[in-house]
Design a protein around this ligand. Structure first.
Ligand SMILES: [Zn+2]
Length: 576
């Protein structure tokens, strides 16, 4: 860019600036009415000759005197002087005698005077007034408002009003009239003919009506007002008030709870809407935690839920299955001997495959039974590490205990075999004929336990039976010590103990197993039995019809044994 280009641009800018300035000042220019009411002759106009000798008035005539910087209107002393336009009193003098003389310096030759500043910054001055002017400095006056009375104070040789005008504070006085020798625009509302007075009308070129107010929006939904002043121009805008808290469309986010953020939006009313939901991502990396729940529900992961760190359980409660876990979160593991689940079984679990219990005692007063279990756990049962424990009424247990074979008062047998996971094991035990009639119907329970793993919980590690031993009557064929007695065994959990099968009719005992155990306890029991077959027994007790029922696979073994007792009890009940 060359230097000349810059200067041209600068010149253009200056010109533009001046143009704007002129246009602005012309628009805002205050115009005057004549500063008194009646008609008075102009005795001396403004001298427009400048530095030249002599004087020239605005119309290039000579109704003036050299260097006169205002317009003189001849009028009687006491004539009311009024403001030519709205403005403010910025200077006054009231200390001069009402009659001065030519050259009198009182009031800087102006005598008693009032000076107004108008809304466009221009000033008017009213000289040679009468002493006692009431108007005070800083007084706001309207167009035509009374300022004081005329006189001849200061440098004056006769009563008149000297009306002076300057476009701005400190500038050179100008002629308010327009004419061939005063080319600036007339400052009068109506200048009138050369020999006439200016108009008495106040300026009506108003931007607004005095007292009118205007309101508009500002800032963030705020309002501001302005008022029309006495010179019918708008005053400045008030400060913006009633602004909202935000700008429409603005958004704001903040942390909430301890892992979330929430956001709110600024509405069209410049007010914040409510906070949105609090949320955030889960902590990374994930953290483990304790839900304080039981079982599998205890293990949790810290999640960010609704913005808050929350320990959420990893697994929901479900039906209990045999897996060494508290699946239903009730604080007990594998309770109720639940079925095996899909998951890994617990270390110690057993299924009762089948069992046998004689219905009679032999001549030695013994009844030998057996139970076959399958190892459904993950640990091998070493010899003499699993055993049967019997639970129930202690009196009944003690009455049935065989001191020769029981390990302790509530441990009828200890398994001598070995069973790896998946293999089965038979445990044999003996009951001794009670000395007295026993008709307790409290269920007894044989339960498999491990020295290492404690009571085996599931899926079916135990059997229950109700023993009701009734001494039979002595007959010729059966002396008192070896007559059959009845052991009613059933599983109290089964709804229908009578419906059991009885296909081992040749066993001579209440053997309900559908297969012989591997260690052939059946043979042992045959030896120890009375030799009386269930058929015979059933016949005696009138329960023949119960033989040959459906397959035992459909029923737990214990239900069958109940048949004997039931039948026996039915036949014997009328006698007892
Ligand atoms: Zn004068």
């Amino acid at each position: 860019m060359t230097r000349s280009t810059i200067s041209v641009m600068a010149g253009g800018l200056v010109g533009l600036f001046l143009l704007c300035f002129v246009a602005e000042s012309a628009e805002a220019q205050v115009r005057f009415r004549k500063p008194f009411g009646s008609w008075y002759r102009v005795s001396a106009h403004f001298d427009n000759s400048g530095a030249a000798a002599g004087c020239v008035d605005y119309a290039c005539r000579r109704n003036c005197y050299s260097t006169h910087n205002g317009t003189d209107y001849s009028m009687p002393v006491g004539t009311h002087i009024i403001a030519a336009a709205p403005g403010t009193v910025i200077e006054r003098n009231d200390g001069c005698p009402n009659y001065g003389y030519r050259g009198n310096q009182c009031g800087n030759r102006c005598g008693n005077f009032v000076r107004l500043e108008h809304d466009d910054g221009s000033q008017t001055v009213y000289c040679h007034m009468e002493r006692g002017t009431p108007i005070q400095n800083r007084t706001r006056v309207s167009c035509g408002q009374y300022l004081g009375r005329s006189a001849s104070s200061g440098s004056s040789d006769g009563p008149h009003l000297h009306f002076g005008y300057r476009p701005s504070a400190g500038s050179t006085p100008r002629d308010p009239y327009h004419g061939a020798c005063a080319t600036a625009a007339s400052r009068w509302v109506g200048q009138g003919d050369y020999n006439d007075n200016p108009s008495t009308s106040c300026q009506t070129n108003c931007a607004c009506s005095s007292g009118q107010t205007q309101t508009e929006g500002c800032g963030r939904c705020g309002r501001r007002t302005r008022s029309c002043n006495s010179s019918c121009q708008w005053g400045g805008w008030s400060t913006c008030s009633g602004e909202g808290d935000c700008s429409p469309g603005q958004s704001q986010s903040e942390a909430c709870c301890d892992c979330g953020t929430q956001t709110r939006l600024c509405g069209t009313n410049c007010q914040w809407a409510g906070w949105g939901t609090c949320g955030g991502p889960d902590p990374s990396p994930l953290e483990s935690c304790d839900t304080e729940l039981l079982g599998v529900c205890a293990e949790g992961t810290v999640r960010c839920q609704e913005g808050c760190r929350t320990c959420v359980q990893n697994l929901e409660a479900s039906d209990e299955v045999c897996d060494g876990l508290d699946n239903n979160c009730n604080g007990v593991t594998d309770e109720g001997n639940p079925p095996l689940g899909d998951g890994p079984p617990p270390p110690f679990a057993a299924t009762r495959l089948d069992a046998s219990l004689p219905s009679v005692f032999d001549r030695d007063g013994l009844a030998t039974g057996w139970v076959r279990f399958r190892n459904d756990g993950t640990e091998t049962w070493e010899p003499e590490t699993v055993f049967l424990r019997i639970d129930g009424d202690p009196d009944t247990i003690l009455a049935l205990r065989d001191r020769d074979t029981w390990h302790s008062w509530d441990v009828p047998a200890i398994a001598t075999g070995r069973a790896a996971p998946g293999e089965s094991l038979v445990v044999t035990f003996a009951l001794r004929q009670p000395d007295e009639r026993l008709d307790s119907h409290d269920p007894l329970r044989l339960h498999l336990e491990s020295l290492v793993g404690g009571p085996l919980m599931c899926p079916t590690p135990d059997m229950a039976f109700t023993a009701s031993f009734v001494l039979g009557e002595e007959t010729e064929d059966a002396p008192a010590r070896n007559i059959p007695v009845v052991v009613w065994i059933d599983d109290p959990k089964e709804p229908n103990p009578i419906g059991g099968p009885m296909d081992d009719t040749d066993a001579g005992i209440g053997d309900v197993a559908d297969a012989a155990p591997p260690q052939a306890p059946r043979a042992d029991m045959d030896e120890n039995s009375t030799g009386q077959s269930p058929d015979e027994f059933s016949s005696q007790s009138g329960c023949t019809a119960l033989a040959g029922r459906p397959s035992p696979s459909m029923f737990p073994f214990a239900t069958l044994l109940g048949l004997f007792v039931l039948c026996r009890r039915r036949t014997r009940t009328p006698r007892s």
